[in-house]
Design a protein around this ligand. Structure first.
Ligand code: SF4
Length: 303
């Protein structure tokens, strides 16, 4: 897909960077960069199912969360440059390995190249394509993906602009993420299943942060007011663990308490949402992959 990478406005940063000769706030130039492609067992049960989700972890990120557990790739941009045809080949290899789906992790800044890669192999692809996102998206970019994505898997991290500015350097996070989620729902308005496998639909993730239970409840209220509950799944995540620069913010330099977790959970029970909740005591480490370039070609084939 043609895109003018010499003046990039793919994400809400709209920094206008010349990614042909330099990099944007996301940390990436015009070549695709990725750090791992593997079968991942720790996504939601309807995504990982039996064989695992075929995750492709892209390097760089448009959001700058101080507590990011994937900071090696998101902030420090670890990864290897690959061509569009190599990315297409990775998708097919994931399918051949038995992946339940292709799971595009933080690919916002590579959407035009992802579309080109899918165009090459879509006639051979029989598994769903999952768009796994921070939620910090422009509607214009999501509209490019219309018809390519079967399952949207966005975070909805913050309601308060003060909190999103402090922890992710994105004062306008909720403004963009809320509109983005409505656009994702417009594209995939109905949950479609094949047994226990989700084939199409929307799963909204929310990670409870320490000292932020009121913000979490505002998010849950907003979802309740704006999206019919039978048409999406909610994934409530409680495994927050201080990471990366959390230590610079003493109030979030701890795990969440049982009280914080239960306050948010009660709201979800009140609204009777469908979805998943995570055991508060489940280990966080198992969710963090080793970013070792496995599944990623380390030679760049320019074509
Ligand atoms: S995707 Fe990267 S370069 Fe493009 S607007 Fe966002 S931060 Fe800037």
């Amino acid at each position: 897909m043609d895109y003018n990478f010499s003046e990039c406005t793919l994400c809400p940063r709209m920094c206008g960077a010349d990614r042909v000769n330099s990099t944007g706030i996301c940390g990436c130039g015009a070549d695709i960069k990725a750090a791992k492609a593997s079968l991942h067992m720790w996504e939601e049960p309807c995504i990982s199912v039996e064989n695992g989700s075929g995750t492709v972890f892209f390097s760089g990120c448009t959001l700058k969360c101080c507590f990011c557990q994937n900071h090696e790739i998101s902030h420090k941009n670890f990864g290897s440059n690959i061509s569009i045809s190599q990315l297409a080949e990775i998708f097919l290899q994931q399918q051949d390995k038995g992946a339940e789906n292709i799971n595009l992790v933080s690919g916002t800044h590579f959407v035009p190249q992802i579309i080109s890669a899918l165009d090459i192999i879509k006639h051979k692809l029989s598994i769903p394509v999952v768009y796994n996102s921070s939620g910090y998206e422009r509607i214009e970019t999501l509209k490019m993906l219309n018809g390519y994505i079967d399952i949207y898997l966005p975070d909805l991290k913050y309601f308060s602009s003060e909190i999103s500015k402090k922890y992710s350097k994105a004062e306008n996070y909720f403004k963009y993420a809320s509109r983005a989620i409505l656009e994702m729902h417009r594209q995939q308005p109905v949950l479609k299943w094949d047994g226990k496998r989700l084939k199409k639909g929307l799963i909204i993730r929310h990670l409870i942060l320490p000292h932020c239970r009121h913000d979490s409840i505002k998010i849950i209220d907003w979802i309740n007011e704006n999206i019919p509950k039978e048409s999406f799944l909610l994934s409530l995540m409680s495994q927050y663990t201080p990471s990366y620069k959390s230590c610079e913010y003493p109030e979030i330099n701890r795990k969440i308490t049982t009280f914080e977790y239960n306050s948010v959970l009660e709201k979800i029970i009140e609204y009777d949402f469908n979805g998943f909740t995570q055991d508060k005591n489940s280990s966080n480490e198992k969710y963090i992959p080793d970013f070792d370039l496995s599944g990623i070609p380390t030679f760049f084939e320019k074509k």
